[in-house]
Design a protein around this ligand. Sequence first.
Ligand code: ADP
Ligand code: MG
Length: 479
Amino acid sequence: MVICLWKSPVVLYSSEYEWSEGMNDTDLWQTVLGEIELSTSRASFLTWFKNTILLSRDSKLLIIGVPNVFIKQQLETKFNELINETLKKNGIRPERIEYKIHAAPVKPYVNEPGESEALFSAPGESVAENQTQRNILAHTYRQGLNERYTFDNFVVGSGNELAYAACQAVAAQIGTKYNPLFLYGGVGIGKTHLIQAVGNAVLARDKKARVVYISSEQFLQEFVDALRFKKNTDFAGYYRSTDVLIVDDIQFIANGVKVQEEFFHTFNALHQAGKQIIISSDKPPKDIPGLEERLRSRFVWGMTIDMQNPDFETRCAILQSKAAEHDVDLQPDVTEYLSNNVQTNIRELEGALNQLLAFCEMREIEPSVEIASGLLGSIKTRPKHLSARQVIERTARHYQIPYSDIVGPKRDKDIVVPRQVAMYILRSELHMSFPKIARELGRKDHTTAIHSVEKIERESALDTDIRTAISSIKERLYA
Ligand code: ADP
Ligand code: MG
């Protein structure tokens, strides 16, 4: 019996897809990232790998571009082995890997839903070679069930308890209880984790169960490919023969008319056969723009559950549990601090924790509120031990200019940039008012401070030197 985790895309294409020296570096790196994503948590992947790029390679040296010094250190110390192994699996064996800070904006590594739509809405167009290549790639690195997402490591609390209970009920008795199960809510609050946990639980009980997890973008992409390569029947047959079909982020399916029709038939076939359908979305069915009425009405046949960002206590418990996974016992004040200051969603909370743990591990120090606040950047309670003078002195020292120059009247570029950086750090780290920032730097007019902070904000998005300078100054300030 086949375990249908995947539609075996790798098997389908691997023979065509041996990496050679001539292979495009972008494609190679996309594949490597796709594999790394499966072996790390999503938060960790997003924190450390998302904005990396393969800059160059030859038989000796492979250079990876990273956005800042912090990520560089982290990849060097903690992930070098993983990267090396993953490269090896793809036939690349450099003698050495180097990490280099790189400013160019990096294309996100997942296919954008918009791209799929463009492909879909132009079926008559001749297909460029590289586009076909990209579609094959879309298969080889798409995301499957990740074993790390289980019920055991999901912390239950306000905001997610109903969803958790429903998912457990479905996992215990597929196809009968809530069908479809539809979870919706904002980003990073655990939807993917929970729906994958159902798949993992079903497979843990019955290895032969045909569980398929797919994002609706991938579904759309595969559908387009199936039409193009005239494999419509394979495609339809495959999805209609699953025991549990998990479709993540269904909102993207509304991008295509024909794919909605296809999904409608898949849905009906599965539902009639008593197979389980699990769907997630960022919005309830009634609010998904472009979603066909017949799908909308079917999506609410079973159970529709709204997931919310968990409350303070649950966030603390999540942090404790994630820290324990890293063998770290987080002090309650640190947990509370993070939980209070990263309220957006769990993915960001986990990202903040990862950064804190990595920072402390590298320096062999205990995580503390001071360090956490320094790393978070925008915090409500300003670090009491830091004065404006310390920030300005540290900045001047970084740029090797005298303190008297940075607060003095000179307007040379060599002085102006450090002065602006100091203003930016006073604002972002100490949350000082603009008039006060201007005074500290010897400026009369507070609009100078406003312009400077805005300028550095803008430039640090593009300019690696500035970004590196800021993170290096901050690191020393909080060291
Ligand atoms: P979504 O799909 O809603 O955008 P994810 O499922 O990807 O969010 O969750 C983001 C991250 O937060 C994942 O690493 C996930 O493991 C973690 N997470 C979210 N909620 C919880 C929870 N209640 N317990 C443990 N981890 C959680
Ligand atoms: Mg998700």
